[in-house]
Write a protein that binds this ligand. Structure first.
Ligand code: FAD
Length: 455
């Protein structure tokens, strides 16, 4: 980027919105993957208004400069890694939240954290369900751009199920307003949903209108332990076929031990796997639903079952599950998978992952949003040892190929980003890849929006 172009940017958005000092830029280069291939952007723009986002995109269009939209940088697929010499557009200063209890909606700027939206809704007795484990550190803009999932999605769905409206700034700086506070609206092509999950490659979200629902009932909790992962997965399949848990998570022995080392809470380190299930069924029947899940787990061979009606005790187990990523991070460098399959094939997926770990002599602890068939095998390796890196990469590719062979997906919620795009054609095939390219070219003909992500 020339000095003249940089001066134009400062004129367009104002000097106080532009960061150019390399020491300050450093914090905006990577996402949670810490990927070393991140480029060094020439500038970071931190707008306070949608007009500043529009000005940035008009300027980038005129100069042909790549722009990487960025939320809170908690992404796990390299979606917001900086591009060398480009601009990172950080939405972290746009954080307004406006709750409308009459329409049960929240109008939210993209930099607001998921947890802040939940808290604002709770003040009106309302609830914003999507709950990535990272809910305290990820932004709504990032959630919309990745169509984030989480722990309660097994019952309540994912981010897109709560997006009623979006303001999006396109590559040329045009602001389009899609949807709104209307529950039903089928006017025109369903463009709103095109932007949910588009990972910053089609436009920049500057405002989201989110659907809220009445506060969740207090949940009852079941923790069931199993001698092996396969029988835990078979219990998941049986629960999914008959019951409607509000949470159904799996942790294998390696992840249980990592969490116990990180923040001990007395989980049994010797079991093969545990299931964490909750029911928030209304009308006081959540305990009955938890008991039904316990029966299913016992029939599937659970070695021990523990149940509680105390929501706080249940939340402690959920916290242990949410701790899994930071806990496993302490074991070494990580390659994070996000593969998913139709629920009945979960035992085959988990069995196959164990075989891949053995074949490549790598450790692959697994945590899973098991009730969705969505798993996070986490490949632990030594980044300083080329042989360990090569084995980890081979295992990473094989896990994705396994998911595809089972009719599954390479990513259930984290997005393709930069780390998984090599496997995308294998899942989508040439026709869907070509269609994806045509849509990208129509909306961003110069290819300046998040180049290198997805495609
Ligand atoms: C400990 C931990 C646990 C996690 N658990 C979960 C989980 O349970 N479920 C889940 O789905 N994810 C999970 N994640 C992943 C991550 O938190 C989500 O992908 C989240 O949605 C990313 O939000 P962010 O604000 O950090 O976005 P970033 O990482 O900054 O960006 C992610 C993507 O969104 C794009 N983007 C960001 N803001 C905008 C915008 N305003 N307009 C257009 N594009 C934008 C970026 O370009 C990038 O492609 C976890 C991460 C961590 C670290």
């Amino acid at each position: 980027m020339s000095d003249d172009a940089l001066r134009d940017l400062l004129d367009a958005v104002g000097a106080d919105a532009v960061v150019t000092r390399p020491e300050s830029i450093e914090a905006y280069r990577r996402d949670w993957t810490g990927d070393a291939s991140a480029g060094m952007p020439r500038a970071v723009v931190r707008p306070r208004t949608a007009e500043q986002v529009q000005a940035t995109m008009r300027w980038a269009s005129a100069h042909g400069i790549p722009v990487v939209p960025r939320g809170a940088g908690s992404g796990l697929s390299g979606g917001s890694l900086a591009v060398e010499g480009g601009v990172t557009l950080s939405l972290d200063r746009m954080r307004a939240i406006d709750i409308d209890p009459d329409t049960r909606t929240a109008v939210v700027e993209p930099g607001a954290l998921n947890a802040e939206v939940k808290a604002a809704a709770a003040a009106f007795g309302l609830w914003y369900p999507p709950d990535p484990s990272s809910f305290e550190i990820c932004s709504i803009g990032g959630n919309v751009a990745t169509n984030a999932g989480g722990l309660c999605c097994v019952k309540y769905g994912v981010t897109t199920d709560y997006v009623l409206g979006l303001d999006v700034v396109l590559a040329d700086g045009t602001l389009v307003r899609l949807g709104g506070k209307r529950i039903k609206d089928v006017a025109g092509l369903p463009l709103l949903k095109l932007f949910v999950g588009s990972e910053g490659t089609l436009g920049v979200v500057t405002r989201a209108t989110l659907r809220l629902i009445p506060r969740q009932e207090p949940a009852a909790t079941l923790v069931a332990t199993f001698t092996d992962v396969r029988s835990a997965a078979e219990a998941v399949v049986a629960i999914g076929a008959r019951l409607r848990p509000s949470m159904l998570e799996l942790m294998d022995r390696a992840s249980i031990n990592a969490v116990e080392d990180y923040r001990p809470m007395g989980l049994d380190r010797t079991v093969g796997a545990l299931l964490l299930a909750q029911s928030d069924a209304a009308g006081g029947i959540c305990s009955a639903e938890v008991q039904a899940m316990e029966s299913v787990c016992r029939a599937a061979g659970a070695s021990e079952c523990f149940t509680t009606d105390d929501p706080q005790e249940g939340e402690q187990f959920a916290r242990a599950r949410r701790d899994a990523f930071p806990a496993i991070e302490r074991l070494g460098s990580l390659l994070l998978e996000d593969v998913g399959v139709p629920i009945p094939l979960l035992p085959d997926l988990l069995g196959g992952i164990e075989a891949i770990a053995t074949r490549h002599a790598v450790r692959i602890p697994v945590v899973a949003h098991a009730g969705d068939g969505n798993t996070h095998p986490i490949i632990v390796h030594d980044a300083a040892d080329p042989d360990s890196v090569a084995r980890a990469r081979a295992a990473f590719d094989e896990v994705m190929a396994l998911a595809i062979s089972l009719g599954g997906t390479i990513t259930g919620e984290h997005g393709v980003g930069r780390l998984k795009k090599g496997a995308l054609p294998d899942q989508l095939g040439p026709h869907v890849m070509a269609l994806t390219r045509r849509i990208k070219d129509a909306l961003d003909p110069a290819g300046i929006l998040n180049p290198g992500a997805i495609l």
